[in-house]
Design a protein around this ligand. Structure first.
Ligand code: ADP
Ligand code: MG
Length: 754
């Protein structure tokens, strides 16, 4: 009942102080990963890893279970995850067994020889295996490879960015439509669908590996015939990965085998198509693709083309596969012929014209004679059953035939069942080969899907390097572009680097397109690092190590109470974790509090990020605080941009073009008019605005005074306290005061002053 295009993961977490060892397995496909988290900000990293897999169940040790703060954060973020506290005695540091049972490899598929300094991983692996074996109580032979990955192989994408960028699900309703996955997923198989989801959830940071993917996409994009052939064949390939899992798991039936067979049938053709490919990745797929024709032939020879669901009632094995089964089956068929013969013989002997042989489960075979012929029934007929208008009989001869036929039927069922189990075991023995092939098919599928989307949507191949600059010409937002339809989306350029163009302050009225623009830059970067082509005419992407996005509280619909607090916590995380290699998107932060607070926070945050010593991340910062545009002149690395609008009489037209320079017009009233707010209101608003502006000009000084009075006000309060204390001192009658009382009074007064 699993969703085909989504993995179903279980994850174990071993918490040891501030470190974690995690292991992740999908039992249905046999994938098994493990990693260690022993860096600076471990708990957020743990949350990010949970987000990467979104497992259905967590198996944890007691130290984590007892850590109420962490558990409640996990529960809060992953509402649907099922958490099991597992006995600590299963979290053991014992690697000999693992070495024997599994091939343990690193990110690049190289064998890991020494597990000594991978204790955290080893312990979490042991616990997860124990847990799976204990709960599943079956064979887990298809789990044979464990990848211990280095977390930094992938771009760090925290949970918020995954949500905000709507990579695999929409913020509002968690649906797939309208996400990046929705645009990019044109895979033909469910295996490919799962891998594509994983690739875009885990963008790479290794320039070489990214370019290997991009070259493969390029080859399939340019060679339309090649791509067409591949897609046509992949369409007929079913979920080999899960079928292999079912075989090893011992719950595959004969229909699964036929499905597997028809998938395997396509492999030689896929292989021969791949033999023409030129790029490195596709060549590697070619050499790794095992055609598995021995397994294909085994199934083809043994299993009938349309077997039943059950495996215990025969009808599975083809004639010619097994002599014993053949013999018994022939006997069965002959037996049926004998019955026909017996019916004819008895008709002739007795002269009963409508005598017929029948069968039911309770009485077995019988001869049926209708009431009108009863007087012709001979003595050798033994009565078995009486019906309203017929009698049923058995004869010695029929009894013998019955034994032969039914006996052989049961034998055949048993033999067929045994033969089936043997075949299934034989296939299970080849599980690694099946998995290797399914991996090849998945990768090929994703590459072909990227190529097709690149062609259909007119994407370009990004130049991915490690130069640290992001230079996009004619960039588009992949999702909005697709929703708006061809030609409606306005392209924009972007230039960010580690020097003079680190931080872009983007101003512009509501609805101008600021959020869209910033997300588009993040998505293009992310897509490039997944190995996909990107919606732009030209793109040079310096690999980023992390992407952060933070949307201001009042813009963030998914948040509930205390949104400002949440917003600030996330800003705090970004400031702590962003590096000069990161990409940061800040969308109207500081909006959740009063104007002056908000402006001050936004200002200070911008200053901090722009400071190379402290952070220096490439940043896009949209804000409605026009004051921030002053930063351009004050600090290095900051540039002002705005999104152009054109005034036309009373109206404004959104041009959607990003231009250099800030704007201090907010056009709020124009937008209100566009939105259909009644004319009376917008006119009145205009009048108020004008009068406010006038006052501001006239009373430029007045404002200053006002703020001064605020300060004075504060002093007033202080003075009031002092007056109170003076009054108390004044009340004291020194003649009645003992030295102790005097001391006590003095303590009280000091307390008050504090
Ligand atoms: P802002 O953040 O400035 O308020 P948004 O980014 O939310 O504005 O954009 C508002 C709407 O404008 C989007 O929903 C989208 O439909 C449209 N839009 C934004 N950018 C573009 C563009 N480059 N081309 C066409 N339509 C756009
Ligand atoms: Mg916005």
């Amino acid at each position: 009942m699993l969703e085909e295009r989504k993995n179903n993961y279980i994850m174990s977490i071993y918490k040891a102080g501030i470190y974690y060892g995690i292991s992740i397995c999908d039992i249905s496909t046999g994938e098994f990963y493990s990693a260690e988290i022993k860096d600076n900000y471990n708990f957020p990293m743990l949350l990010d890893e949970i987000a990467r897999y979104s497992p259905s169940e967590l198996v944890i040790n007691s130290m984590l279970a007892d850590c109420i703060e962490e558990i409640s954060k996990i529960k809060e973020r992953f509402e649907n995850v099922y958490i099991t506290k597992f006995n600590d005695k299963f979290f053991i540091n014992e690697s000999n067994n693992l070495d024997l049972r599994f091939t343990i490899v690193d990110n690049n598929g190289n064998k890991i020889e020494d597990l000594k300094n991978r204790q955290l991983s080893v312990i979490s692996i042991n616990a997860l295996i124990e847990y799976i074996e204990e709960t599943q109580k079956t064979n887990l032979d298809h789990i044979n490879k464990i990848t211990i990955y280095n977390i930094s192989k992938y771009m760090a994408l925290d949970l918020n960015s995954r949500k905000n960028l709507e990579i695999t699900e929409k913020m509002r309703d968690k649906s797939k439509k309208g996400t990046l996955l929705w645009v990019l997923d044109k895979t033909s198989t469910s295996m490919g669908g799962r891998l594509l989801r994983r690739w875009i959830s885990d963008p790479l940071i290794d320039v070489l590996e990214i370019n290997r993917r991009l070259d493969a996409v390029k080859e399939l994009k340019e060679n339309i015939i090649l791509r067409g052939d591949i897609i046509d064949n992949l369409k007929k390939v079913y979920d080999i990965e899960r079928l292999a899992g079912k075989m090893a798991y011992g719950n595959a039936n004969a229909r699964d085998m036929v499905t597997l067979k028809s998938s395997l049938k396509k492999l030689p053709e896929v292989k021969s198509i791949l033999s023409n490919c030129k790029c490195k990745l596709l060549k590697k797929l070619y050499s790794n693709l095992d055609e598995l024709q021995d397994i294909y032939e085994l199934i083809e020879k043994a299993i009938v083309d349309d077997p039943p669901m059950t495996i215990k009632e025969g009808g599975i094995i083809k004639l010619g596969y097994d002599d014993e089964i053949d013999k018994l089956k022939t006997a069965q068929i002959e037996g049926k012929n004998w019955l026909v013969q017996l019916e004819a013989d008895e008709k002739e002997k007795t002269g009963i014209k409508n005598l017929k042989v029948g069968f039911n489960k309770v009485f077995g075979y019988y001869l049926e004679v209708t009431k009108s012929y009863l007087n012709q029934v001979p003595d050798r007929f033994i009565r078995k059953q009486t019906l309203t208008n017929a009698e049923r009989y058995i004869t010695e001869e029929l009894k013998n035939l019955e034994n032969q036929i039914l006996g052989s039927e049961e034998k055949v069922m048993n033999l067929e069942y045994n033969a089936f189990i043997n075949i299934r075991d034989e296939i299970s023995k080849n599980i690694t080969r099946l998995q290797t092939t399914s991996e090849v098919i998945s990768i090929l599928d994703v590459i072909a899907s990227f190529a097709k989307v690149a062609e259909d949507m007119n994407y370009c191949k990004p130049e991915v390097n490690s130069m640290g600059a992001i230079d996009i010409k004619g960039g588009r937002h992949p999702v909005i572009e697709k929703i708006l339809g061809e030609g409606s989306f306005v392209e924009n350029d972007t230039y960010l680097n580690k020097e003079e163009n680190r931080l872009a302050i983007i101003t512009g009225p509501n609805m101008a397109g600021k959020s869209t623009y910033m997300r588009q830059v993040a998505l293009i970067t992310l897509m490039a690092q997944c190995g996909s082509f990107v919606p732009a005419t030209e793109a040079k992407i310096g690999v980023v190590d992390k992407i952060f996005t933070r949307v201001g509280a009042s813009d963030d619909l998914s948040m509930g109470q205390s949104t400002f607090m949440v917003e600030m916590m996330e800003v705090a995380t970004i400031l702590k974790e962003a590096t000069s290699n990161s990409l940061v998107i800040l969308d109207e932060i500081g909006r959740g509090t009063s104007t002056y607070d908000g402006l001050s926070i936004a200002w200070a945050v911008a200053e901090y990020i722009a400071d190379k010593e402290k952070c220096g991340a490439k940043t896009l910062f949209a804000t409605h605080y026009h004051e921030l545009t002053e930063l351009e002149n004050k600090l290095d690395g900051i540039k002002n941009y705005s999104i152009a609008v054109k005034e036309k009489g009373e109206d404004i037209i959104f041009l959607r073009k990003i231009i250099t320079g800030g704007t201090d017009e907010s056009y709020g009233i124009h937008v209100a008019r566009l939105a259909g707010v009644p004319k009376d209101v917008t006119q009145k608003a205009n009048e108020i605005l004008r009068s406010l502006e006038r006052k501001n000009i006239l009373t430029g000084k007045q404002q200053e005074k006002q703020s001064k009075r605020q300060v004075e006000g504060q002093f007033d309060l202080y003075n009031y306290k002092l007056a109170e204390i003076a009054h108390e001192i004044d009340k004291i009658n020194l003649n009645e005061l003992t030295p102790i009382d005097a001391l006590n009074t003095l303590v009280k007064i000091k307390e008050k002053i504090k």
